[in-house]
Design a protein around this ligand. Sequence first.
Ligand code: 1HE
Length: 270
Amino acid sequence: MPVDLDPSRFDFLDIEHRDDGVSVVTLNRPEKRNALNVGTIDELVDFFSAAPRAGVKSVVLAGSGNHFCAGLDLIEHHDADRSPADFMHVCLRWHEAFNKMEYGGVPIIAALQGAVVGGGLELASSAHIRVMDDSTYFALPEGQRGLFTGGGATIRVAQLVGKANMVDMMLTGRVHQGQAAVDLGLAQYIETERSSFDKALEIAQQAAANLPLTNFAICSAISHVQNMSSFDAAYAESVVAGVVNTQPAARERLAAFADKSAPRTRPNAE
Ligand code: 1HE
């Protein structure tokens, strides 16, 4: 693993590079409920800027302790007594981190427990897949605190749950949990028998077995295409497919399908 992703460089993130190509990135301030201070955001920018070029095949994003993330570090924010321009720059840095995640091309699976609130939900919604368990709950308490979202919730949370549900969450502080949260679109998986981490790791291992260029397209092109007109999106999709679907390693996988050595796509029960 290149030196710029050496775990010792990170103070606010615990990083484990596993032999299977999965890197586990864990917010490491459980005593602060993993609230996002400036240092943590800086390290997320650093990690996710380098990950696509460092051979990281997929990432499990986790929080230590009983809560995934309590959002903006409200104490740091209070003590800093920021000007409007100061806080705008804080938010721009959050966007830098979260855009690196969403558009970076490396699959990120969020393992969620306890509170996933405010900026914690903005962080989770920048991952490509979210896994929750019985303890997980989602909320946007900014409305009650006299604040507004600044880390991309108006984009990503609104895309997940729809505008009306996001407005409801912000106006009323409504908390979503359990299967209802999955049905709303906040998570794709809910684990009741084991931890969200175990399931997230399993998914990350599955994703790591895909071809890197294919994963790059899945975890970059789909997001970019959503920002385009249908006309331009069709063009971009064709160009990406031209590159991805003719890569030598994909030809090998197609040959395995043709000679019947590759598994067929069938329901899990079969
Ligand atoms: C914090 C933070 C924080 C906890 N910033 N320090 N987010 C919120 O409004 C959520 C605020 N947090 C909470 O509602 C609760 O802490 C929890 C429900 C997440 C957890 O409750 P609990 O009882 O386990 O912990 P606690 O006793 O509230 O907090 C434990 C410690 O964590 C305590 O520090 P201590 O030094 O007094 O022990 C808390 O101060 C600290 N802590 N949450 C700083 N958020 C770009 S805009 C983004 C907008 C937002 O994200 S607004 C924030 C929304």
